[in-house]
Design a protein around this ligand. Structure first.
Ligand code: ADP
Length: 151
């Protein structure tokens, strides 16, 4: 049976840390759907959603096993839609763990077929976060070293 995982997140922006999780995830799964959670009525993103989709698609243009979708529903519903039995998430530290623990429990409750698989960050990306990249970019700093594409 084909193993499909959803890699859900805000990806505002998508970073080398995210890219690393997907590339390592491909050793485990046949297909990975990068799901960008987005609520158009909230308009709270820093990096524009359409641009981000385009950039991520560019990164995986030669890897058909990786798809990119925007969604505005429960992650467990998105998983059902794509016949995905797995969620892929990354862990950097205990703060990530506390947060991930809660959502993983809830996702299992909402869809009992859904197993969350966690990959521990590669050390070189442990300090890379979308939040810090937004801050550096906002004040004109160069963030290209942390992104798998040009901004
Ligand atoms: P969310 O808004 O759901 O936290 P993010 O876009 O911030 O989504 O992150 C998506 C996933 O990627 C989360 O599981 C997060 O822990 C993980 N992640 C983010 N940055 C890194 C990194 N540098 N290394 C490993 N995992 C990461």
């Amino acid at each position: 049976m084909k193993k499909t995982a959803i890699f859900p997140g805000s990806f505002d922006p998508y970073t080398n840390g995210h890219h690393d999780i997907v590339m390592r995830g491909l050793d485990i799964f046949d297909e990975i759907v990068v799901g960008i959670g987005y609520n158009s009525s909230k308009k709270s993103r820093y990096f524009e959603i359409d641009k981000m989709v385009q950039k991520i698609e560019e990164v995986y243009k030669d890897i058909p096993a990786v798809k990119v979708v925007v969604y505005n529903e429960l992650t467990s519903s998105l998983a059902k839609k794509h016949n995905a039995n797995f969620l892929l998430r990354g862990l950097r530290n205990t703060t990530d763990f506390e947060y991930e623990n809660t959502i993983s429990q809830m996702n299992r409750y909402l869809n009992t077929d859904l197993e969350t698989v966690f990959l521990i960050t590669s050390p070189q990306y442990a300090a890379v976060s979308s939040t810090i990249i937004r801050e550096v970019h906002r004040y004109g700093g160069n963030v290209s070293e942390f992104l798998p594409y040009e901004v």
